[in-house]
Unconditional design. Structure first.
Length: 301
């Protein structure tokens, strides 16, 4: 069953169409990531789904409600982590989490939530004294304290150090294990790769690709790249025939692209073994999610 259904969503500001006919679904219990450059329409799309912005056209259903008219029945079931939140900076972490929890009928324990997001040592600190990363952890706590069925995470780990980001990912994974549905926007490709069941790439208000992180943009069937260092005393002319693949030297390594990496590897490793050589730094890769993202958004030009 779909937790979110979006069909031909449009949002215009005068002559400017920020969202230009977007359609997608998010299944219950799924983590779905929206990727795209600044100005792509991601945040506007989230604001429409959250009920904070009216749409210009199309249909939207969130947990069975039209978010424009869902009211309290919808808001009690969703949690939101905005890019920035306007909260009372004189209140302590514990006071804020307790306050936000009181808005929901069946909140989680504020103490448990503060522990989950790694702010136990800052429980009695005023919000204004928190670092940027700690503030984002607090934002995350405020978004989940109500124990919502659906959580909107708008760039939730911006400003986190690597350790804090990993901790946040573990928290998101634990929420998914509880059956929560998550709609995530992020600029971090490794975050989408790690967390999302499916991703969609937006640019200029449109979705230009959607699928699993492994298959997006044909990643799983794209040409593989084989690279290695030549054995001492060898040159490109010494390599065996590798079919249509044409190896080249790049930064001291041999690089070749091929649609048949198994056969090419078999030939190469057989050649090296017959000579008693080792293919140092041997690696086989396909286009990364970042490669696909840059190609589809024009960021590689």
């Amino acid at each position: 069953m779909a937790a979110i259904q979006v069909q031909d969503l449009r949002k215009a500001y005068g002559a400017v169409e920020a969202v230009a006919g977007v359609s997608f679904e998010v299944a219950e219990g799924e983590c779905f990531a929206l990727l795209g450059p600044n100005g792509a329409g991601k945040t506007t799309t989230l604001e429409v789904l959250e009920g904070y912005r009216s749409r210009s056209g199309g249909s939207v259903e969130v947990l069975g409600f039209d978010p424009e008219h869902g009211g309290r029945d919808l808001r009690e079931r969703i949690g939101i982590v905005l890019q920035s939140a306007g909260i009372d900076r004189e209140l302590t972490v514990a006071e804020l989490v307790g306050l936000f929890g009181s808005y929901y009928p069946h909140p989680r324990s504020p103490a448990e939530v503060i522990e989950l997001v790694g702010l136990a040592s800052k429980r009695h600190a005023r919000s204004r004294t928190l670092s940027g990363g700690q503030q984002r952890r607090l934002d995350l706590a405020l978004g989940i304290v109500g124990d919502p069925d659906l959580i909107f995470l708008d760039e939730p780990t911006t400003g986190f150090d690597p350790s804090a980001r990993r901790h946040a990912w573990e928290l998101v994974d634990s929420l998914r294990a509880l059956g929560k549905t998550i709609l995530l926007t992020t600029h971090y490709m490794d975050e989408a790769q790690s967390l999302a069941d499916r991703v969609a790439i937006m640019t200029d208000g449109r979705i230009v690709a959607a699928g699993s992180p492994a298959s997006l943009g044909g990643r799983d069937v794209a040409e593989a790249e084989i690279s290695f260092r030549l054995p001492d005393g060898s040159g490109l002319d010494d390599l065996p025939a590798l079919g249509p693949a044409r190896p080249r030297l790049q930064d001291g390594r041999v690089v070749l692209r091929t649609g048949s990496p198994t056969g090419a590897l078999h030939t190469l490793t057989g050649w090296a073994l017959s000579r008693g050589d080792e293919l140092e730094a041997l690696a086989v890769t396909r286009p990364s999610l970042e490669d696909v993202y840059l190609r589809l958004t024009g960021g590689d030009r």
